[in-house]
Write a protein that binds this ligand. Structure first.
Ligand code: MGD
Ligand code: MGD
Ligand code: MO
Length: 552
């Protein structure tokens, strides 16, 4: 892949959370920010009150729409067409930042040609957003001095996820919004420390610090640091492992802190695959649905029971300190990994009983040792240290001991020099509605629940606030099926079926429905499509075709 995703490297916010307050325009696309990132949502609402223009693009009328200057309800899976048409209008009406493009971008002509056909009228047919509204949004965005883009899973969980992100990057570049305070391209990261996990190379094609594992120099560097030989082949993405198991290419799996039996799209396929494994190890703080299938369960400690660092969505590395010891036999993840690797190395003294600290229940090397190693692996963290974290707030890149960190990325120059404007063609989702499955299903989250509910459903307060599964349906569709609010219905896709209550609401348009994926008793992922984005291998959790039937 060429394109700006490589330029941007990591998929972290280019800007800061508080920088939102300095914006003139915010484009929030595919992010239900007030429910899924409430603190960031608050900043957006404050900025809107101060006069920043809020533009929302989401198939559902989410809460942010109440405070929006403009909102667009595109059909799910049509963002590529929508964004290309915004770029089209900006170039058509001469609103691009010509100086910025000349100085900081390349491939402009091919990009321009690729969006020539993407008129607002063309996009209206695909997205259902009125052409005049597309024009108004394009003008409002382009005229903002500081225009920030904020996106999350509504943009990425598609077979066109990478393309969607590249299109948004095009929009940010042609309007000169990268490398500027209060602007930028800002993916709001989801799980606690998912940023840290990506930074550290929890992706089969990268070593820590986004250093490519097929790069000879990087291989040599890590072979030296780790004192071992390095395989030249990238591994599999988590989403590719199900098929690898059924094809007999993968016999053992060690899952840490994930519950894919509920969270993987087309999860019955995933479950069947896990059942075929010779050995499944699950490391979790609770006995999850996935752990129930495991040969070995390793009880882990929670965030409050361990030391270390987490990196947040704005690339800030923060210390985490153990507040309480882990219960029973539970151990922090690092100690578990250390214990297992000690055994693998035949070092029985490093085994379970031998060196475990009787007070702190930890096994070396400790998180602080690992952090020191990290600073030798990746120049962007070379200037960080546990000492500095005591008094300073540091966002990477922070290459030297006296470097203040980098809250805003891409000031002056991009890592690859100039930004590459990608020519992106919109292709549409993998599965579209038809006569048998006439509705588009999109899935996502609610404020009170977290993913598969292993944690939130154990909290009485949270559980009683959002206790059961439902499907949001437009009144016109409900009327066609003679449904009344809260009635139980059956939802069926080509992959599975579930029963749940219908919530009749004009939050969703006719022809589409929304189901939160938190509830195992009506698991949305029995319905969803596991088709993958060919580049980054994210599954298309945001679009599939289903039917809804009255239960009689
Ligand atoms: N309360 C709570 N907060 C969470 C989480 C949680 O489970 N619960 N999970 C965390 C994690 S890991 C993540 S990744 C984030 C996710 O955060 P979000 O991405 O904000 O959450 P979602 O509900 O998955 O989807 C966001 C929005 O995408 C919209 N959408 C659906 N289809 C499309 C489409 O085709 N195009 C566009 N543009 N939008 C579409 C949905 O209507 C929804 O409003 O939340 C994090 N925060
Ligand atoms: N249909 C549909 N499916 C989706 C999505 C969607 O929008 N729609 N979103 C996708 C996204 S963005 C995400 S991130 C995934 C989330 O999917 P998962 O990560 O599988 O979901 P969680 O329920 O958050 O599972 C995390 C597990 O980690 C455990 N845990 C918590 N803390 C620790 C710890 O410190 N150590 C260890 N070892 N375990 C711990 C929890 O108990 C929990 O079981 O779901 C994906 N699936
Ligand atoms: Mo996520």
């Amino acid at each position: 892949m060429t394109g700006l995703v490589t330029v941007l490297g990591s998929g972290a916010m280019t800007n800061t959370i508080n920088g939102i307050l300095d914006s003139d325009v915010m484009l929030v696309i595919g992010s239900n920010t007030t429910e899924t990132h409430p603190i960031i949502g608050l900043r957006m609402l404050t900025a809107a009150k101060k006069g920043s223009k809020l533009i929302v693009a989401d198939p559902r009328r989410i809460k942010l729409c109440d405070s929006a200057t403009l909102s667009m309800q595109q059909r799910p899976g049509t963002d590529g067409a929508l964004i290309n048409s915004l770029c089209h209008v900006i170039l058509r009406d001469g609103l691009e930042d010509k100086e910025y493009i000349a100085k900081r971008a390349e491939n402009f002509d091919a990009f321009k040609e690729s969006i020539e056909k993407c008129t607002p009228e063309w996009a209206e047919k695909i997205t259902n957003v009125p052409a005049s509204l597309i024009e108004e949004v394009a003008h409002t965005f382009a005229k903002g001095e500081r225009a920030g883009i904020y996106y999350t899973m509504g943009i990425t969980q598609h077979t066109s996820g990478t393309d969607n992100v590249c299109s948004l990057a095009n929009l940010a570049v042609i309007t000169g919004n990268l490398g500027k305070e209060g602007a930028g391209l800002n993916p709001l990261r989801g799980q606690n420390n998912v940023q840290g996990a990506s930074d550290m190379g929890c992706n089969p094609s990268f070593f820590p610090g986004y250093q490519k594992c097929d790069d000879k120099d990087a291989q040599e560097k890590f072979a030296k640091i780790w004192d071992c030989s390095i395989t030249e082949k990238p591994g599999l993405m988590a989403t590719e492992m199900g098929d690898a198991i059924t094809e007999g290419k993968l016999a053992g799996l060690w899952i840490m802190g994930e519950n894919p039996v509920l969270s993987d799209p087309n999860s019955s396929h995933a479950q069947k695959a896990f059942e075929q494994l010779d050995c499944l190890v699950v490391q979790d703080i609770f006995l999850t649905e996935t752990a129930e299938l495991a040969d070995v369960v390793l009880p882990a400690a929670s965030f409050a029971e361990k030391d270390g660092t987490f990196a947040n969505t704005e690339r800030k590395v923060q210390r985490v300190r153990k507040a309480v010891p882990p219960p029973g036999d539970a151990r922090d993840d690092l100690s578990i990994i250390n214990m297992v690797s000690n055994r693998m190395l035949g070092n029985q003294n490093g085994g379970f009983n031998a060196t475990i600290d009787p007070v702190f229940h930890t096994v070396p090397p400790f998180a602080s040792d690992i952090f020191e190693e990290i600073t030798t692996c990746w120049i962007a963290m070379a200037g960080m240290s546990y000492d500095r974290f005591e008094t300073e707030s540091l966002a990477w890149p922070c290459p030297e001991k006296d470097h203040p960190g980098t809250p805003v990325l891409h000031k002056g120059v991009f890592p690859r020099g100039k930004a590459w404007l990608s020519a992106i063609t919109w292709n549409g989702p993998d599965e579209n509605p038809d006569e048998e499955y006439p509705l588009i299903l999109t899935t996502g989250r609610v404020l009170y629940q977290y993913h598969t509910g292993t944690m939130t459903r154990r909290s009485e307060v949270l559980e009683s606030s959002a206790p059961s599964a439902y499907v949001e349906m437009n009144p016109a569709d409900a009327e066609g099926l003679h449904l009344t609010d809260n009635e139980m219905v059956r939802a069926t896709s080509r992959r599975g079926k579930i029963e749940l209550a219908v919530r009749i609401t004009d939050r969703v348009d006719k022809g589409m429905v929304f189901i939160p994926f938190h509830y195992k008793e009506a698991s949305a992922n029995l319905l969803t499509n596991d088709a993958l984005d060919p580049k980054c291998k994210i599954p298309e959790a945001k679009v599939c075709a289903i039917k809804i039937e009255k239960l009689v």
